[in-house]
Design a protein around this ligand. Structure first.
Ligand code: C2E
Ligand code: MG
Ligand code: MG
Length: 720
């Protein structure tokens, strides 16, 4: 058994050409085959076919070149059919070989089978090609040489495949892996093909049966030049494809980066985080540590956006993002989750104490004013914290941190909160209410209740505040403090607010038609204050119901009214121009600028209930009420105290000089029908009196507020 023959080297240049072809073809074959993994069906098949064609062609060519190199003493000719047969067999055998070795799901068994098949391909092509000239007398096959050649080829193919796929530090780049495996496989192909061709000592034979057919000379030319051209062309196609792939990858990389980046802040976005979280969780598990997630929601961002404009809002978000990135620290990561929501992936391994300190630090940092378009803007935020793995699976972390952020927000904002399971219950509850609230208007479940306002010195009823109630089909009567925040958050407040305006005006008209000239106050939400057509809407509703605008009061909470913005001032001016009264609700809870308050065309201040509760016993509360009353006198504003529950409070407030009072002591909020009956039928039954002027225009004098002068229509009202 000959393992190494010096013959190729002795033959000099003639042996170098097969070596060149063998190396080139090994490179082409491996390059094509490696694309089976990276391409999708059917392109992967095309590359497998390419590798198979190249391998089979080269096997046959090497055979021809070796025959020519070794040389014979007689003319050698080939039978075309017998020549084409090994080529076809070679393609058929090596195609599955490449597929097995480089397929996407290649196991080591597949690779062995692939190597075996490639070895067999070489054996079959070489052996069948040896039959093509029809040596006379017949060949004496050398089993040992056949086994050696095949085994070498098989092992080399197997190793080359493994080498190409191994991504060690040494073989990390594709060109290096390709070069190493090419050298191994090329040398094996060169040596094994020579070994198999030379196995049966054919030069000693006397001649070939097909000497007159395709001559060896022509074949050698074809084998050397043709194969070289074929290989070079395949290489060229492969190189072009590689270039195309790399530019495609570049585009894909850019697109992917864009997809995972928030264009405004240039921070990683929600898509990025959703992709990254499983990996973060895996690493956390592996290191057996914890991982905190902080969900940060800016407090009151919407009004900022709406008052100062979206450009200002954008600049603010950019500034917040930048500050968070600088402050969060090296091991942390900041993500823009949604509009004004950011997620900070905390330092790995931080415990509750460290995370709490980070949250506090972030809140404090944001409070240092950010300079935006020449304004210094301090930012407050609410932070919810969830810690992996104790606060749930990675897929639930953000939901849980978000729930905690909402809890922080509903406790007044500017604080942080750790996740607790009951917070989810609150969210579920809110979602249920939201679902029901969406149909509440259409199903006539909303109703206005009315709470009388009482003239302090005389104790007479002067008007009423409309307070919204939700008659929920299963939960009963729900307070506006429960559902108005939900309606505000999920954009339902616009429709509800419009309904309140309509319904209040309709009610005023109905009472008015029934002979009761009741002043009614409605509450306006922040969201309504941002409606550009609010004043026009109120004016047209008043006109439709033919109501004097002075009968309607709009209550706006102090915190909303005192937003010193051009749009607030304009809205107040427009509402005043419509002719409605303006009242500043919950006064004392926000911080009012006196000079600003003076500019607002308001007529009334409503002292917040929290001062009224303590007015009997607390000197401070009394001082506040006294100050508000003095302010009212100075600015010519009527002062109303709300939430009066005891006679003691009533007496103190009256003594201090409050103009009007409202509270359970006088009357709880009631239905429109009850109020009307009280005013008209049961007037004498209670100690509370209605101010005579409430009936004045229908009983005594011509109407100043309505065009119609019809008599009270009690029957119609009672039917309603
Ligand atoms: P508000 O405008 O300050 O209304 C006064 C609240 O205090 C009412 O609660 C009223 O029922 C309650 N109240 C009155 N007297 C007393 C008392 O003596 N003791 C106590 N403990 N409470 C008293 P309600 O009806 O639950 O309304 C709460 C808030 O919901 C209102 O505060 C107002 O800001 C808002 N709201 C009510 N209706 C509407 C509406 O139609 N639209 C908007 N946007 N907000 C509304
Ligand atoms: Mg109110
Ligand atoms: Mg109030």
């Amino acid at each position: 058994m000959v393992l190494w023959s010096p013959l190729p080297l002795i033959e000099g240049l003639a042996g170098l050409l097969p070596l060149l072809l063998a190396l080139l073809s090994a490179f082409v074959c491996l390059d094509c085959a490696s694309r089976i993994t990276t391409h999708r069906w059917p392109y992967s098949l095309a590359w497998a076919i390419g590798a198979a064609l190249a391998f089979s062609t080269v096997s046959l060519s090497l055979h021809v070149l070796w025959v020519d190199a070794i040389g014979t003493s007689f003319a050698v000719g080939y039978h075309p059919v017998l020549l084409i047969t090994p080529w076809i067999l070679g393609v058929m055998l090596s195609l599955p070989a490449w597929w097995l070795m480089f397929g996407t799901r290649a196991t080591w068994q597949h690779q062995i089978a692939g190597g075996l098949l490639l070895g067999s391909t070489l054996l079959v092509t070489q052996s069948v090609a040896l039959l093509a000239p029809g040596f006379l007398p017949g060949l004496q096959w050398n089993g040992g040489a056949m086994l050696t050649g095949t085994t070498v080829m098989m092992l080399a193919a197997l190793l080359a495949g493994k080498l190409f796929q191994a991504q060690t530090a040494l073989l990390s780049s594709r060109p290096v892996r390709l070069l190493a495996s090419t050298t191994l496989m090329g040398l094996a192909l060169w040596w094994a093909s020579f070994h198999l061709t030379h196995q049966s000592n054919w030069p000693q034979q006397s001649g070939t049966a097909y000497a007159g057919m395709i001559s060896l000379g022509a074949l050698t030319l074809l084998a050397s030049l043709g194969t070289l051209v074929l290989l070079l062309m395949t290489l060229l196609i492969s190189l072009m494809e590689a270039r195309m792939q790399s530019s495609l990858q570049l585009v894909q990389g850019t697109l992917e980066k864009q997809y995972l980046t928030d264009p405004l802040t240039q921070l990683p976005n929600r898509a990025y985080l959703e992709k990254a979280l499983p990996e973060i969780a895996r690493q956390t598990d592996e290191a057996r540590r914890t991982q905190s997630v902080l969900f940060l929601d800016i407090d009151g961002f919407k009004p900022i956006n709406e008052s100062f404009g979206h450009r200002f809002g954008d600049l603010l978000l950019q500034a917040v993002a930048q500050r968070l990135v600088t402050q969060a620290g090296d091991g942390a990561q900041v993500i823009r989750w949604a509009a004004d929501e950011f997620v900070v992936i905390g330092q790995p391994g931080d415990g509750r104490v460290e995370v709490a300190a980070t949250a506090r630090m972030l809140l404090d940092t944001l409070k240092q004013p950010l300079s935006i378009e020449g304004r210094d803007v301090p930012v407050a935020a609410s932070i919810g914290i969830a810690i992996y793995p104790q606060d749930g699976a990675h897929s639930m972390l953000i939901t849980h941190a978000d729930a905690a952020a909402r809890a922080a927000k509903s406790s007044g904002g500017d604080t942080y909160c750790f996740f607790e399971p009951h917070m989810l219950q609150d969210i579920r509850e809110q979602m249920d209410l939201l679902r029901d609230l969406k149909v509440a208007l259409d199903q006539y479940q909303l109703e206005l209740y009315f709470q009388p306002k009482v003239h302090a010195p005389s104790g007479q009823i002067t008007g009423a505040e409309a307070l919204l109630r939700w008659n929920h089909p299963t939960r009963g009567l729900i307070s506006p403090t429960v559902f108005i925040p939900i309606a505000e958050r999920f954009g339902l407040i616009g429709d509800i607010g419009n309904w309140v305006i309509q319904e209040a005006c309709r009610q005023i008209r109905e009472w008015r038609d029934g002979g009761l000239r009741m002043r009614v106050a409605i509450n306006l939400s922040v969201h309504q204050m941002r409606q550009p057509d609010l004043a026009e809407r109120i004016a047209s509703t008043l006109a439709v119901h033919d109501i004097n605008p002075r009968l309607l009061t709009c209550e706006i909470t102090e915190s909303v009214a005192m937003e010193d913005t051009e749009s607030t001032k304009q809205l107040f001016a427009r509402l005043a121009a419509v002719g409605v009264h303006l009242s500043i609700d919950d006064f004392g809870t926000g911080y009012s600028s006196l000079s600003y308050l003076r500019q607002l065309p308001a007529e009334e201040l409503k002292i917040d209930r929290s001062f009224v509760v303590d007015v009997e016993h607390s000197e401070d509360a009394r001082a506040v009420v006294d100050a508000v009353i003095k302010l009212g006198i100075a600015l010519d504003l009527k002062v109303v105290a709300e939430g009066v529950e005891t006679d003691g409070q009533y007496q103190v407030l009256r003594r201090l000089g409050c103009d009007e009072l409202q509270g359970f002591l006088f009357a709880r909020p009631m239905t429109a029908k009850m109020l009307f009956l009280w005013a008209t039928v049961d007037r004498q039954a209670t100690h509370q009196e209605f101010r005579p002027s409430l009936f004045a225009d229908t009983q005594m004098q011509p109407l100043d507020d309505t065009a119609s002068g019809e008599e009270p229509d009690l029957q119609r009202l009672n039917k309603a």
